[in-house]
Design a binder for this molecule. Structure first.
Ligand SMILES: NC(=O)c1ccc[n+]([C@@H]2O[C@H](COP(=O)([O-])OP(=O)(O)OC[C@H]3O[C@@H](n4cnc5c(N)ncnc54)[C@H](OP(=O)(O)O)[C@@H]3O)[C@@H](O)[C@H]2O)c1
Length: 254
């Protein structure tokens, strides 16, 4: 059956694709709807299978169980993935998130944030640049956060890791330009879903209201990030690289 859409015929790796990530699932739904064939990556098979069953054209997609903390294994795995079909891009949505008040920071925590949020996308980009892994004209989309662009109390590790992603986006864009691979970053503010619900549970009513009011258009919906990712993966953004685009309902405008 032929598939129409802006990403028709493109094979895209999506990390953090587990069905219990509202953002990962939202991205996969949209990319699949636009005709892409997806490689769904995460550490747990079952939630990845759930995503595959949920999105358009399940038969076009494959599931790839991998722990991205195993940095040295990433390039080899990318070769193996490409052996089954060359890639046209990647969305790195997997992350380690949480609060890290100064009083509780230790070296292990530092590693957990920076392995998945910074080192993994670096190694994924390295994997993608290997011969035969990604087509010319490919596109990498890294999911950052407004926390990387504005300070957030008690989130210094998460925020610093997402700020590093902004820098990585620029340097990787320069380094991969000679292979015609573009690299961009999306910076969402608070996204509707279970994670936001958990965050709101921790806040007092006044803090909840302040956080809601910091989003003039309202909280971000997963589909807003998914649409922006589709744009950055497709040919409509062919001359955009090295950019970080807030998808934040106006959070950074205030
Ligand atoms: N939620 C928000 O409000 C918000 C706001 C701004 C930005 N963001 C960003 O948006 C992205 C998605 O956020 P999210 O809250 O939906 O998801 P998330 O929980 O941060 O991560 C998504 C998935 O990544 C996978 N993952 C985590 N560590 C991994 C590892 N070592 N190896 C492979 N996969 C791993 C997990 O699936 P498995 O357990 O199956 O591996 C997890 O379900 C993240 O980059 C986040 O920082 C989120």
């Amino acid at each position: 059956m032929s598939v129409a859409g802006r990403l028709q015929g493109r094979r895209i790796l999506v990390t953090g694709a587990s069905a219990d990530s509202a953002i990962g699932l939202g991205i996969c739904r949209e990319l699949a709807q636009e005709g892409a064939s997806l490689v769904l990556m995460g550490r747990r098979q079952e939630p990845l299978e759930q995503t595959r069953a949920d999105i358009a054209g399940p038969e076009r997609h494959t599931v790839e169980v991998m722990d991205l903390a195993d940095l040295d294994a990433i390039a080899t795995r990318m070769k193996a993935i490409a052996a089954a079909g060359v890639l046209h891009g990647m969305v790195h949505s997997a992350s380690f998130q949480g609060y890290s008040p100064l009083s509780r920071i230790n070296a292990e925590q530092f590693d957990r944030y920076f392995h998945v949020n910074v080192a993994a996308p670096l190694m994924l980009a390295k994997g993608l640049r290997q011969k035969g892994v990604c087509e010319e004209g490919g596109s990498i989309v890294l999911i950052g956060s407004v926390a990387g662009l504005r300070g957030q109390k008690a989130r210094s590790l998460y925020a610093a890791s997402k700020a590093a992603l902004v820098s990585l986006t620029q340097s990787l864009a320069l380094e991969l330009a000679d292979k015609s691979i573009r690299v961009n970053c999306l910076a969402p503010a608070v996204v509707q879903g279970p994670k936001a619900d958990e965050q709101f549970q921790l806040l007092a009513e006044a803090q909840r209201q302040a956080l809601l009011q910091a989003h003039p258009l309202g909280l971000v919906r997963p589909v807003d990030i998914a649409k922006a990712a589709t744009f950055l993966l497709g040919s409509d953004s062919a001359w955009i690289t090295g950019a970080t685009l807030p998808v934040d309902g106006g959070y950074l405008a205030g």
